[in-house]
Design a protein around this ligand. Structure first.
Ligand code: UD1
Ligand code: CA
Length: 470
């Protein structure tokens, strides 16, 4: 039987510099709390037990762990670290929870959320393959920096980790540093942690001191080099948190891209992890997709669209600069450029909502068109009906909202005002510039405008008169 894996996550710190008064482990990123990201990273290691060392505001963290879906995949036990006396002390607090646990213990931090699941899996495989007693994840970063330096011997073997604050000037020049993630044989870990002392510049119990003990005992100690140092990023400040969010977004977009979503300029887009996009959709630059939005196959989203909690049907075309919220866009429909589709809108198939058109709380059935400069609020538009440029549904009288019902195959002439509540029958025609205040029967023509008058030669006479005067 392969040996068991146990995880210990140090999470006692407070997130003061993140602007809050809650445990740092609960600081939120676009993909969940820091602790959730760490738990998801550790999931493929299938730990038999995951021990979370809690401290400041432990009740908040424990409450979160009790309900977080990321925690549901772990068998979690929390242990309390009363005072933060150092990373070694934090692990000492976890020892009682490790009694009887034989195998490999992974030690990591709640504020280092970017280790990829596959990296951690390779790390554990490497540790086992090398038959190490202790392996840490290391990476290269140029000095100056505050990381613990990996000190190697004449045959390149790892001797110890020296904290930046305890380094000699020569040691400070070493670019290989400790990420803070370790795999340790359980039988070595317990006595090593028990024997830690705090005789160093910070008066702390350094977890890193177990490395020197292992090498002095002649145990196998290795460093697993990280290919992408970004994975080792820690979160102390709001700027670190912003960096983590950028990396998470980049990874999510790359996952979408490798699933077959076509991006014109991936790095300019902002897409929530709750959004689903089918392969074959094309996403233009500066597109923002939020909430429960779903984008079907072969959709084209031109640049700068903002879509919130909406469903975009197959082969729909959302043109430049459109905003869509809480709405449904049917197959092969087109919206924009510069359209505003507000909550409660349902567009059927082959519908066109064109430039400078605002739609709110309305249903446009298959084939309906409102191509230019229109406001449709609280209305129903039947199949194949054409709404002329400048049409306005007057849905608000200053007190109440009222509905406009327009049948199928209707032609609404340009610049008409439809004063709600009003019903326009199937197949009818509204003359351009009409103000419609009464229901229009099916197949009728409705005119609601002043009659045109012609005064022959009037303009010429005026011209002649005015030009004589000067
Ligand atoms: C630690 C390592 C250093 C490494 C660096 C990587 C030690 C002595 N040093 O330094 O070699 O390069 O991480 O980021 O381990 N924590 C507790 N309880 C404590 C102390 C810390 O839970 O008593 C938690 C903190 O909340 C934090 C993490 O452990 O999440 C790391 O602690 P921190 O003091 O920041 O370690 P570093 O000084 O950065
Ligand atoms: Ca730190």
């Amino acid at each position: 039987m392969s040996d068991h894996t146990y995880c210990v996550i140090l999470a006692a710190g407070l997130g003061k510099r993140l602007g809050g008064d809650s445990p740092k482990a609960l600081a939120s990123t676009r993909a969940g709390a820091l602790i959730d990201l760490v738990l998801r990273g550790l999931e493929p290691l299938k730990p038999a037990k995951t021990i979370v060392v809690v401290g400041h505001k432990r009740e908040l963290l424990e409450k979160h762990l009790a309900s977080s879906p990321a925690a549901a995949h772990h068998s979690i036990e929390t242990v309390y670290q009363d005072q933060q006396l150092g990373t070694g002390h934090a692990v000492r607090c976890a020892l009682p929870a490790l009694v009887g646990c034989k195998g490999t213990v992974i030690l990591t931090y709640a504020d280092h959320p970017l280790f990829r699941p596959e990296t951690l899996r390779h790390f554990l495989e490497y540790h086992r393959y090398k038959k190490s007693t202790l392996t840490m994840i290391s990476f290269q970063t140029p000095p100056p920096n505050g990381y613990g330096r990996i000190i190697r011997g004449s045959s390149n073997q790892v001797l110890r980790i020296t904290e930046a604050k305890d380094c000699s000037p020569e040691e400070l020049l070493i670019p290989e540093v400790n990420s803070g993630v370790y795999a340790v044989d359980s039988s070595f870990l317990k006595p090593a942690i028990d024997s830690l002392e705090n005789k160093n510049s910070q008066g702390e119990y350094y977890l890193t001191d177990i490395v020197e003990r292992a090498s002095k005992e002649g145990q196998t100690v290795n460093a697993f080099p990280l290919g992408d140092p970004k994975e080792a990023a820690g979160v102390n400040t709001l700027s670190d948190l912003a960096f983590v969010n950028r990396v998470l977004q980049e990874r999510f977009l790359q996952r979408l891209q490798s699933s077959g979503v076509i991006f014109d300029d991936l790095s300019s887009c902002s897409i929530d992890e709750s959004v689903t996009i089918e392969p074959g959709a094309r996403i233009g630059p500066h597109v923002q997709l939020k909430g429960t939005t779903t984008i079907a196959a072969s959709v084209v989203l031109e640049g700068s669209s903002l879509i919130i909690n909406s469903s975009i049907g197959p082969s729909a075309h959302i043109k430049l600069g459109s905003r869509i919220e809480d709405s449904t866009i049917g197959a092969e429909s087109s919206v924009g450029p510069f359209a505003n589709v507000r909550p409660g809108t349902i567009l059927g198939a082959h519908v066109r909502v064109g430039n400078f058109v605002e739609v709110k709380g309305s249903t446009l059935h298959d084939g309906a068109k409102a191509s230019h400069l229109t406001y449709l609020g609280d209305c129903i538009v039947g199949e194949e009906t054409n709404i002329g440029a400048g049409t306005i549904t007057c849905n608000y009288d200053g007190y109440r909202k009222s509905k406009t019902t327009i049948g199928k195959d209707v032609f609404i002439g340009s610049n008409s005002c439809l004063v709600a509540p009003v019903t326009i029958g199937d197949g009818s025609l509204i003359a351009a510039g009409s103000v419609i205040t009464e229901d229009v029967p099916a197949d009728a023509l409705a005119l609601g405008r002043a009659r045109q008058e012609i005064k022959s030669s009037w303009a010429k006479k005026r011209r002649d008169l005015l030009s004589k005067k000067t």
